[in-house]
Design a protein around this ligand. Sequence first.
Ligand code: NAP
Length: 258
Amino acid sequence: MAELKEKGINPGLAVVIVGDDPASRVYVNNKKKACEEIGIYSEEYALPAETTQEQLLDLIKTLSDSKQINGILVQLPLPKHLDEKAVIAAIPPEKDVDAFHPVNVGKIMIGDFDFLPCTPAGVMELIAEAGIDPTGKECVVIGRSNIVGKPQAMLLLHKNATVTICHSKTVDLKSVCRRADILVAAVGKAKFVTADMIKPGAVVIDVGMNRDENGKLCGDVDFENVKEVAGAITPVPGGVGPMTIAMLMKNAVKAALL
Ligand code: NAP
């Protein structure tokens, strides 16, 4: 960061949160903290739940025109009365550090991108750091959301994996998962992935962030039992979550360099 600042490059990130969803609040605080830690200038806009579409779009326009702000992140989900698609489309693609804008989504599809979506990129980084090459491997992604499942599958495909995407209509999920050399769970259901769904020695990556029956943070994977079968496994908390933040910081720096 010091090197960039010497060159007069000062990344600036604006984080916008609408309403008082406690989970979103935690994510935004973590993002703010990470910016402080690495020296990225950040601005936070905490708007009331009753904010109108027009007010939100006005703020995005101001941030889009700001020289000090290179990256704009609107924390999702938004309250129901707001049009999420229109809000994402209003962020200029070159400031879209979440990579949710249709232009950036399209660029990811063709493998020629400026930004990668933070959570799937964090998963790829974990795989690479562990020295695992997805080439030719059977990879199964459970979940097909636009923010995790679909881009995750695409990133694995770019790394030459053979990819299967599963969802709520998948028939015999267990046998599909048992084929996986690398299994990525992005379902949003506590302890959904059980040991009998795992091929012995498989790499299991848990994207889920759920609360268990005691209100404790937990993933989509039944960690205690699955770890006995898996070759490698990521915990929750302390796995994909911090990587997502790290990738956001990377995108904020990249946005300043564009
Ligand atoms: P989402 O939009 O709710 O998508 C969940 C996906 O799981 C859907 O595609 C759904 O299928 C599928 N699914 C639901 N029940 C299923 C079943 N019984 N069998 C197979 N598939 C099933 O959730 P998301 O936004 O992708 O997030 C997933 C999880 O990741 C959540 O826990 C979220 O909190 C967490 N997350 C974590 C981070 C992080 O930084 N660590 C970031 C983002 C999200 P259908 O499409 O058929 O409904």
